[in-house]
Design a protein around this ligand. Structure first.
Ligand SMILES: [Fe+2]
Length: 287
C-alpha cells in the first residue's frame, strides 16, 4: 500500500491511509507524506495507537526534534515520559493525577486554547507537529486548525500591501503571562528571547504565501504599540474565521500531523477535572 488521502475540508486537511506510521518509514512513504503535507497542511492518521518509542521514531523521520517551552520549564515541570522530546499535552501531573488548577501545567493547557503555531517564539521554529490521542474527555477538548495560506489569499489588496513589508515580534511567555501565569524568573525569560518574523511568509514546500500571525505575536516592529496590537488582533480574527477552520473530534489512537508554517491551531475548552491526554512531538524547521 502507498499513501492515500481523502480531503476532510474544502481548503486543507486530509485523512491519510495506506501507511503504517508505527513502523519505520520507507523513503518513498516519507516523501509522499511531505508532499501531502505541502498540499493539505494537516494529515489525520486514524486507529494507529503509537507507543512512546514509535512516536519518537516517526517524528525523527522528518528532522531533529523540537523541545519548545520545555527549554524553560524542564527544571520546573516534572516529566512523565520516556523521552524529553515527548511533550505532555494533558491535565495530568507526574503522578498520573489531575493537575492542580494553579499549576504551570494547567496554565499550559489553558494557553493551548489560544490560536498559535508551535514554537513560533523561537528560531528555528517547529516545522511539523504530531499529536497523538491517549485519553479524551467526554465533551469538548477538540483541536481546531486554521489555514494561513487561505487567510492570505482572501485578504483585501490594501491590507496585503500594508502588511507585506512589516515584521512582528513573537515571545514565548506572552500568552501565558496574559492568562495570569506570571511566576517566571528573569533567567527563565532569558532562555527564550523574543524573535522577529515577517507578517507575510512564503511556504517553501508549496510556494504559497501565508499570513503569519498567532497569539505569540506581541507587537509590530516600528509601529505604535497599540495600533500594532490592534492590527495583529484584526489579522488573527481574519485568519481564524470559520471558513478557514477545521475542527478535529479526537478518537483514541488518532495521530494528527500538521505543518506549523502553514497553519494555526488551538485546543477547545473542556472540563479540567476530566482527563485529557495527548502526546506531542515536533520537529525543528531546519534543512
Ligand atoms: Fe500547540
Amino acid at each position: 500500500m502507498s499513501l492515500q488521502t481523502r480531503a476532510l475540508h474544502p481548503l486543507f486537511v486530509a485523512e491519510a491511509t495506506g501507511v503504517d506510521i508505527r513502523a519505520p518509514l520507507s523513503a518513498a512513504d516519507r516523501d509522499a507524506i511531505v508532499q501531502a503535507m505541502d498540499r493539505y497542511a494537516v494529515l489525520v492518521f486514524r486507529d494507529q495507537p503509537l507507543s512512546e518509542a514509535q512516536q519518537i521514531e516517526f517524528a525523527l523521520s522528518f528532522g531533529p526534534l523540537d523541545l519548545g517551552l520545555r527549554k524553560v520549564n524542564k527544571s520546573r515541570v516534572a516529566h512523565r515520559f520516556s523521552h524529553e522530546a515527548l511533550i505532555d499535552i494533558s491535565n495530568v501531573d507526574v503522578n498520573g493525577k489531575i493537575a492542580d488548577r494553579n499549576s504551570r501545567k494547567m496554565y499550559s493547557q489553558l494557553a493551548n486554547q489560544l490560536w498559535h503555531s508551535d514554537s513560533s517564539f523561537q528560531q528555528p521554529a517547529a516545522r511539523y507537529s504530531m499529536l497523538h490521542s491517549v485519553v479524551n474527555p467526554g465533551q469538548g477538548g477538540e483541536t481546531e486548525f486554521a489555514d494561513l495560506r487561505a487567510a492570505w489569499d482572501a485578504l483585501p489588496e490594501d491590507i496585503k500591501a500594508l502588511i507585506s513589508p512589516l515584521e512582528s515580534e513573537h515571545f514565548a511567555l506572552y500568552s501565558r503571562m496574559n492568562l495570569g501565569d506570571n511566576a517566571y524568573t528573569e533567567e527563565e525569560k532569558a532562555r527564550l528571547p523574543a524573535v522577529r518574523w515577517p507578517l507575510v511568509r512564503t511556504h517553501p514546500g508549496s510556494g504559497r504565501q501565508l499570513l503569519w500571525v498567532g497569539i505569540h505575536a506581541t507587537r509590530v516592529i516600528d509601529m505604535h504599540l497599540g495600533e500594532g496590537r490592534l492590527l495583529l488582533a484584526e489579522l488573527l480574527e481574519h485568519a481564524t474565521q470559520r471558513e478557514f477552520v477545521y475542527r478535529h473530534q479526537w478518537q483514541v489512537g488518532d495521530t494528527l500531523m500538521w505543518d506549523n508554517r502553514a497553519t494555526l491551531h488551538r485546543g477547545r475548552r473542556y472540563d479540567l477535572t476530566e482527563r485529557r491526554e495527548l502526546r506531542r512531538t515536533s520537529t525543528e524547521d531546519v534543512q
